[in-house]
Ligand binder design. Structure first.
Ligand code: HEM
Length: 488
């Protein structure tokens, strides 16, 4: 036998031995037929982003609550029950899914994808930047950007417009202002290069994440996609570096007069010391990029759906307005007053359930672990289906109906009680990695909703397509939502 054939056979045998436990696990799980070596990569790679979750839900109907896909040599397992989800989200041996590591060029080893001791340290360091007293102090800045948005909407004179673009600019300005003390003013320019760079880099990164053929860095870095991504990232990194330098200089000046105090996330990072050493500029940039990346897209999508839901359900709009009219003067900037409004709270909860802004998240097994009574070996990617849970009829009767009242005390059903206490309602995930920005996101959403709903009556463009499962992905594709804002 020629030596090259022997070597090839030896290599094949070694691979088989290495992957043996994975192969055994994969073949014990139901799932669609998989090609040798390629698995189901061809099927997943061909999916358009807006259909990916639709297909995953169809597969759940065909193969049951726990099924598998093979992405080449990678084994993906989809979990769907609330109990399995709870166990997976609390399992300290799991890491973030390898797919998310592809965000590295934008967010480095930031909180969203880091793990182990580094993650614990960063999480502990950053948690104080989201304490209620600081969040409350953000209200006037958020109100300033919300007012700017209102002016832009007034200027449209009640004609139909695509609303995700103006919302994105408003939230980018508000988040950079409140978390870094920087004034981007993207709302004042027609085509901000920063808005373009954030949009495009998210799109390009997402394109890569759902294409298993681009998983290898070596392959990806030889594509046109990578070249374009690098250009967009350059714009973002240059901007963030300049904001960090400016804030650092301001803090230095303040130090001459009084002890320096962290007033926002960037201050927390600039003043932090780990083992007596300050964080490097790259570490700081990675974290602020993480917050902008994790915060702006999600709150833009969430607010787009709030406004869409209000336009589609005029009775919800009337009920909200009635509640908002009982607020004291300037109540829409008073976070405590806004937190007392039960209908506003229920409305946001229902939007986050029905439109599940983050429809799924993934984890990677690092060693043998038991979840839902099944043993998983190392190297499995577990996908948690927040969308599927939020639309499970056993928790939410008529799950596809928009009904904020289901969250109000007087109408809460037994199923709802179970849903709130179990892991079926996890728009911000759960366990130790629960969204660190969840209270901040709700503050932004409550203030913006109150400002807009008080100023305008919202109307849906006739013939606007129904937004359902693939809505989040459609938004990413920038087809957007068209509404008219009629001055009250
Ligand atoms: C409606 C808006 C938002 C939604 C639906 C949302 C959702 C989520 C979800 C589901 C996760 C967990 C992912 C996982 O378990 O793998 C997460 C994590 C995270 N979110 Fe949010 N998020 C929102 C807004 C924000 C905002 C405004 C910020 C910050 C400015 C933020 C920063 C983060 C960070 C840093 C993490 C990683 C936390 C960790 O792993 O320790 N998010 N978010």
């Amino acid at each position: 036998m020629p030596i090259w054939l022997l070597l090839l056979l030896g290599l094949g045998l070694l691979l088989l031995l290495q992957k043996w436990r994975l192969l055994r696990l994969g073949s014990s799980l139901p799932g669609p037929w998989a090609f040798p070596l390629l698995g189901n990569a061809q099927m997943v790679g061909k999916l358009r982003p807006e259909f990916i979750f639709l297909v995953f839900t169809e597969l759940r109907d065909r193969f049951g609550a726990t099924y598998r896909l093979w992405l080449g040599p990678q084994l993906w397992v989809f979990l769907h029950t609330a109990e399995e989800t709870r166990e997976a989200l609390h399992d300290a041996t799991l890491r973030k899914a390898e797919t998310f590591l592809q965000l590295e060029p934008l967010i480095g080893n930031g909180l969203l994808i880091s793990h182990g001791a580094h993650w614990t340290q960063q999480r502990r360091l950053l948690t104080p930047a989201f304490r209620p007293i600081l969040l409350r102090s953000f209200s006037p800045s958020v109100a300033k950007h919300a007012d700017r948005l209102i002016q832009r909407l007034v200027a449209t004179r009640g004609t139909f417009l695509e609303l995700t673009d103006p919302l994105f600019a408003c939230l980018l300005d508000a988040i950079v202002d409140t978390s870094m003390g920087g004034q981007l003013d993207t709302q004042s320019v027609a085509h901000s290069p920063f808005v373009g760079a954030f949009h495009r880099s998210s799109q390009l990164l997402f394109k890569r994440m759902i294409n298993p053929l681009l998983a290898s860095d070596w392959v990806f870095q030889r594509t046109q996609l990578w070249r374009e991504l690098s250009e967009q990232l350059q714009v973002i990194h240059t901007l963030m570096d300049s904001l960090i330098e400016r804030r650092s200089a301001q803090l230095e000046q303040q130090a001459d007069v009084a002890p320096r105090k962290a007033l926002n996330l960037l201050d927390t990072l600039l003043l932090a010391k780990i083992d007596g050493e300050p964080l490097s500029r790259k570490q700081i940039r990675d974290e602020v990029n993480t917050f902008v990346f994790a915060g702006v897209d999600t709150t833009t999508a969430a607010m787009s759906f709030v406004l869409y839901a209000l336009a589609k359900n005029p009775e919800a709009q009337d009920r909200l307005l009635e509640e908002l009219r009982q607020l004291p003067p300037h109540g829409s900037t008073d976070l405590d007053a806004l937190n007392e409004l039960p209908y506003l709270d229920a409305l946001l909860k229902e939007v986050l359930r029905l439109y599940t802004i983050v429809p799924t998240t993934g984890r990677q097994t690092t060693c043998s672990t038991v979840i839902g009574g099944r043993t998983y070996c190392a190297g499995v990617t577990l996908w948690i289906n927040m969308y599927g849970l939020a639309h499970d009829a056993s928790y939410y009767p008529d799950p596809y109906v928009f009904r904020p009242e289901r969250w109000m005390q007087e109408t809460t059903t037994l199923q709802q009680d179970v849903a709130s206490s179990s892991f079926s309602y996890i728009p911000f995930s759960g366990g130790p990695h629960v969204c660190i920005g969840r209270r901040y996101a709700l503050l932004l959403m409550k203030q913006l909703t109150a400002h807009i709903a008080t100023a305008f009556r919202l109307e849906l463009r006739p013939g606007e397509p129904e937004l359902t499962l693939q809505a989040q992905m459609v938004l990413k594709a920038r087809e957007g939502i068209h509404l008219a804002f009629k001055k009250r």
